[in-house]
Design a protein around this ligand. Structure first.
Ligand SMILES: [Zn+2]
Length: 244
């Protein structure tokens, strides 16, 4: 598996975004050793570096497969004897194209370029499993969104959320969920709390639902409202407004 250049192995192709049979164009193994003499502590491990080519789409990519003496999986064999092995951590570059952004994401550019920029960086953090930075990004995006909606930036997060509720942008349930987004962002920013990926996904979904309603559906709803004629004779003029 390591020597022959025409060997194949299963790997995660970044273009197909799935496990594919790949040709191995080259592999090199690099062991490492680490020792702290003062505390008599040592660790070792190694990394297999491989240049691979997907047999399906012919994408060439790079894979590392590493192990460390610090990372141990223990289990019992059929005889009841305790065994252990070092699990392999496998990473491929480039990463598959991120698919996490909602379809309406580009429309946010028009709503507010700064909010769009914050969200864009938040998605980069999210796609790289940087959960602390994602949580901070969610809170920053929520903060900017309230400002765009005309809420005084000097107010506290609690006051801002109450104003969103008071203004009819959100209901009580959403207010509570977005409260969790701000608390999570605060905890991540000030106490280094790291939400797990499931928690981050839930927080992200809550913010997306709010943004979608406030900036995408809300805008459309308002333009529909403005096109609903108050009197029959204004119908023609109002209908023109529906397509800006
Ligand atoms: Zn492929």
């Amino acid at each position: 598996m390591t020597e022959a250049t025409k060997a194949t192995k299963k790997a995660h192709c970044p273009t197909c975004d799935g496990e594919r049979t790949c040709e191995v164009h080259g592999t090199i193994y690099k062991p490492w050793d680490w020792e702290d003499r003062q505390y008599g502590y040592s660790a070792n491990g190694g990394v297999d570096h491989s240049l691979l080519e997907c047999r399906g789409c012919e994408t060439v990519f790079y894979e590392t497969s590493s192990w460390s003496s610090e990372d141990i999986d223990r289990y019992y064999d059929a005889m009841g004897q305790e065994q252990y092995e070092h699990p392999r951590e496998i990473t491929t570059y480039p990463k598959p194209e991120a698919k996490t952004k909602p379809v309406w994401f580009n429309a946010m550019q028009k709503a507010d370029p700064q909010l769009h920029n914050i969200l864009s960086q938040m998605y980069v953090a999210h796609d790289n499993q940087a959960n602390i930075l994602t949580a901070i990004g969610l809170r920053t995006a929520l903060d900017r969104a309230t400002e765009v909606l005309g809420i005084d930036p000097a107010k506290t997060f609690d006051e801002k959320l109450n104003e969103l509720r008071g203004g009819g942008w959100i209901g009580q349930t959403e207010r509570d969920i977005l409260g969790v987004v701000t608390d999570a962002g605060n905890a991540a920013a000030h106490r280094g709390w790291e939400p797990d990926s499931r928690e981050v996904s839930e927080l992200l979904t809550s913010l997306e639902v709010f943004l979608h309603r406030a900036f995408i559906v809300g805008q459309k709803a308002l333009s529909i409202k403005s096109s609903i004629p108050a009197k029959q004779k204004r119908l023609a003029a109002a209908a023109k407004k529906t397509t800006p």
